[in-house]
Design a protein around this ligand. Structure first.
Ligand code: ATP
Ligand code: MG
Length: 393
């Protein structure tokens, strides 16, 4: 019965004179998400509102599911719209609407009408009263509550007449593409896909990089990262995934540095390389899935030492999250099942039994001098052999 959706957005409503940029971006993102649906739609902005009109038959559930992936949408209202065939006809239409949408009439309601077209013969207050009366006559169980109704029945008189009362929550956030681009360090774990999702939710476009160490990490581990990137790209839009071969660097560090410092030194080189790729791809920040204290490399001391190699800001949206909070989001965005597949990432292969938890920057730098001979050349080689995979959901 629904033939359109009214799209509600929260924060972008308050962006002053930049508002239209946000709205246009949101319209683009809605069109992009809906290309995955069967039907055809016309997405348009009219008087400060965004509408998705179905032009053909469409699958309601599928369409709502896709709209729920568009950051910037706070609510999705399925709309019935009809031609204006006079007020008597409207009464019938609204009665049928209420009957179809609310089989159980034991509830309160309120009618709110708006006339975007002032030549309609009745005024809003009149419409509210008369439609309310009609509904009470048709369905004796219904009650009116003007302060806190169970159902707010909206009637908008435009060229056509729009009727809606359901609000399905959207994901919130800002439309992707309104806040620059950042480089996500994406591993196969639970955390980094969630971190990417969260930053993208604020409007940021993502690129990603994965440090692969064949044969210590398998093809399946790499495929898992590709799969995770694909799952989050349902929300974030296309992702350029850089797969960096990290084996030689890892082995070199393993050979030359104390094993309990391996993880921290390795992470410093990951960040350094990620930043190089970020700068080449116009990313203005790095993103990781770190959270304080989760593992040895995520103490404040360790993160201070890792951070020291970067000039770009490093965003860690999960920094204050408990593991369970992160798991909850990963389940919601459907990455959890993939994240827990047991293919090891490069960190687990080379982990020491007792990694340092309070590394000292001076000591780490001293030990990194053992790498002086070949590390620069190895970094260049890793960058040269960067494999780029374009991820599209
Ligand atoms: P995750 O669940 O995201 O794998 P984690 O709890 O396993 O995180 P670490 O292995 O210490 O934690 O990694 C911390 C962060 O460093 C990750 O969230 C990710 O952003 C980045 N990272 C770790 N390993 C890799 C890798 N092989 N390639 C790219 N980034 C990585
Ligand atoms: Mg990990």
């Amino acid at each position: 019965m629904f033939t359109a959706f009214l799209i509600k957005y929260a924060e972008i409503g308050v962006k002053g004179k930049n508002r239209y940029i946000f709205e246009e971006r949101l319209v683009d993102q809605i069109r992009y998400a809906l290309r995955r649906c069967d039907g055809q739609f016309k997405v348009h902005r009219t008087q400060g509102r965004i509408y998705v009109d179905a032009v053909t038959e469409f699958d309601y559930d599928e369409t709502v599911a896709e709209l729920k992936t568009v950051f910037g949408i706070s609510g999705i209202c399925p709309v019935v719209y009809v031609e204006d065939n006079g007020f008597e006809d409207l009464k019938k239409v609204v009665t049928n609407y209420m009957d179809a949408v609310y089989p159980d009439k034991n509830m309160t309601f309120k009618v709110v009408s708006r006339r975007a077209r002032k030549n309609y013969p009745l005024e809003s207050m009149d419409i509210n009263a008369k439609i309310g009366e009609t509904l009470l006559d048709a369905f004796p169980e219904l009650r009116v509550d003007v302060h806190n109704p169970d159902v707010l029945l909206n009637i908008e008189i435009r060229e056509k007449i729009y009727i809606y009362s359901i609000i399905i929550p959207g994901p919130g956030g800002m439309p992707v593409g309104t806040a620059g681009k950042a480089m996500l360090l994406l591993s196969g774990g639970i955390d980094s896909p969630v971190a990417g999702y969260m930053i993208s939710k604020r409007g940021v476009v993502l690129d990603a990089c994965y440090f692969h160490a064949p044969p210590y990490t398998s093809e399946r581990a790499k495929q898992k990262v590709v799969d995770l990137a694909k799952l989050i790209s349902r929300y974030t839009g296309p992702i350029r995934l850089h797969v960096i071969n990290f084996t030689d660097i890892q082995l070199y560090i393993y050979e030359k540095c104390p094993h309990e410092e391996l993880t921290i030194i390795m992470r410093r080189y990951m960040m350094k390389i990620a930043e190089r790729i970020a700068l080449e791809s116009e990313c203005i920040g790095l993103i990781t899935g770190e959270s304080i204290g989760q593992v040895a490399s995520q103490t404040l001391q360790s993160m201070a030492v890792t951070n020291e190699v970067c000039t770009l800001p490093v965003y860690r949206p999960l920094i204050g999250f408990d593991k369970q909070d992160i798991v909850d989001i990963s389940e919601k965005i459907n990455t959890y099942e993939t994240s827990i597949l047991p293919y090891e990432d490069c960190c687990t292969t080379f982990v020491a039994k007792h990694p340092v938890t309070k590394p000292n920057l001076k000591v780490i730098k001293l030990h990194e001098r053992n790498l002086e001979d070949r590390i620069d050349e190895m970094i260049e080689e890793a960058l040269r052999t960067d494999e780029v995979i374009e991820i599209v959901y």
